[in-house]
Design a protein around this ligand. Structure first.
Ligand code: UDX
Length: 463
């Protein structure tokens, strides 16, 4: 392994606390360690608690990287408190939580990084890998004079939108008229979240490297344009690449494989709105009745509040479908019985749908989901919109479900999806774009780290 003046690279990785960030970031840790880096990976303490509870393992003993370490990878595991007890509801108290991430969490990260560096400064050349949504990486990297790698878990399109927000406003492209109303779940449209995202995208402009969990072939113009400005690499899809299985679900996964295996090929619609969106009673009522009218077999993930379903729906639909609180989504989507995915267009769900070749019905809520949905429906043509207007109606729901699930009316979608899936599988090949871009990043990182080490030695010599 390449060493810099006897030092080995050491990645200090600070994970973000939402479900959609966990698998890609953990898999990035495996890729960095497999490339010869030492890695210290820190989960938020409550994420550690939720992962352990979902896995049914003792919180004190749980360590997602145990198997990876036994296979010879140098991955150390740490947890870092966000200042609240594990059972504090971070969604209900979203603003208070994000305030703390902005004001209090940086000092906790600072202490963790300071302790790591002072403990083994001689043996390693450290660098920071932090989620782009954090508003402190550049300040902390500067304090410890370490390289700063920003990791973005949504599409390059959304990154570029946030990155160039002021310019897009100046040119009149943003905000989209009625955008405030458009967001179907305003919880994430608060002043503190906007303030943090704005600060985060000021900080990211000081990052030494930007890694994006996207597939180069799907967004190469955008990634190439950004690379001219700041070293940017499409290193996705990082959702399913490691041969080391890592616990990644924040909730216990229901297993209904035998139920799926009993269904005809392509006959089941999978419905999930991800880990953050809250469907209200009115929406759930229309979707439930649309499912009944369609007559299609279904699996519906209701993560937060089963009361949102219409009274009697579970009984009325028990021969047609299943309602579960959480599942292993990638495994379900890869089951041959699944013929379609009614999704909120979270980026990980879209990558997983393409990986499994499952066409989508799109019903985005907020953040990147609306623009992700436009990519799926209007650009890549591998999905349709749940509703063409602004309100959801059970008859239209039934029509769209039947349109997607019947082979005749969806064969062009399926042809396009097969092309997209082939692109993604090619990117995942040993000689594909994901590995090539990761190695390019890694070599560029080494070169920068060596240059810094030489500068530091010259400074010492000149003193
Ligand atoms: C969040 C934002 O909401 C989304 O807009 C952004 O693109 C990523 O961060 P989330 O809403 O959770 O993500 O959606 P998504 O990106 O689709 O991630 C959900 C993850 O949970 C997926 O990896 C999916 O496989 C997993 N999942 C979902 C399960 O494992 N089981 C389930 O039952 C449902």
């Amino acid at each position: 392994m390449r060493k810099m003046g006897g030092k080995k690279l050491h990645a200090i990785m600070i994970g973000f606390f939402y479900q959609g960030h966990i698998a890609p970031f953990q898999n990035l840790a495996i890729k960095l360690a497999s490339s010869g880096c030492a890695v210290t990976f820190a989960h938020n303490e409550f994420v550690h608690h939720m992962l352990s509870k979902a896995e049914g393992v003792n919180v004190e003993k749980a360590d997602p990287f145990l198997v990876a370490r036994r296979s010879g990878l140098d991955i150390r595991y740490a947890t870092i408190s966000d200042g609240f007890p594990p059972d504090f509801d971070r969604i209900v108290n979203l603003e208070q939580h994000w305030e703390a991430i902005f004001l209090d969490f940086p000092s906790r990260v600072d202490k963790l990084i300071g302790d790591i560096i002072h403990k083994d400064d001689e043996a390693f050349a450290h660098f920071l890998v932090a989620d782009t949504f954090y508003p402190w990486p550049a300040s902390i990297a500067r304090k410890y004079n370490i390289l700063n790698v920003s990791f973005w878990t949504q599409p390059a399109l959304m990154f570029a939108t946030y990155y160039h927000y002021d310019l897009l406003v100046e040119k009149g492209y943003l905000p989209i008229k009625g955008d405030e109303v458009e967001s179907k779940d305003p919880a994430f449209n608060t002043s503190i979240t906007k303030k943090i995202v704005a600060e985060a995208f000021e900080q990211v402009k000081q990052a030494d490297f930007i890694l994006i969990n996207t597939v180069y072939e799907l967004e190469h113009e955008l990634v190439s344009d950004m690379h001219h400005n700041q070293p940017t690499y499409a290193v996705g899809p990082l959702n399913f690449t490691t041969d080391v299985a890592l616990p990644k679900s924040l909730w216990a996964e229901a297993d209904f494989t035998s139920w799926l295996d009993s269904k005809p090929r392509g006959s089941v619609l999978y419905v999930s709105f991800g880990s953050l969106a809250h469907s209200n009673r009115q929406l759930a009522e229309e979707i439930a009745n649309g499912l009944l009218l369609s007559g299609v077999h279904f699996v519906w993930v209701i993560r937060d509040d089963p009361q949102v379903l219409p009274d009697g729906f579970e009984d009325e639909s028990k021969d047609q479908g299943l309602i579960v609180s959480w599942c292993n989504q990638s495994a379900v989507l890869s089951n041959p019985a699944i013929g379609g995915f009614l999704t909120h267009c979270g980026w990980n769900s879209i990558l997983e749908a393409i990986w499994c070749g499952v066409p989508m019905i799109c019903y985005p809520f907020f953040a990147d989901q609306p623009s992700n949905g436009e990519l799926v429906v209007d650009v890549w043509k591998v999905g349709i919109n749940l509703c063409d207007g602004t309100s959801v109606d059970r008859r239209e729901v039934a029509e769209k479900i039947k349109q997607l699930m019947s082979a005749e009316s969806s064969n062009s979608l399926r042809d396009e999806m097969n092309k997209m899936r082939a692109l993604m599988l090619r990117a995942l090949d040993e000689d594909g774009s994901m590995q090539a871009n990761f190695l390019q990043f890694f070599n560029d990182l080494w070169d920068r780290a060596e240059a810094r080490a030489e500068e530091a030695e010259e400074e010492v010599d000149s003193d």
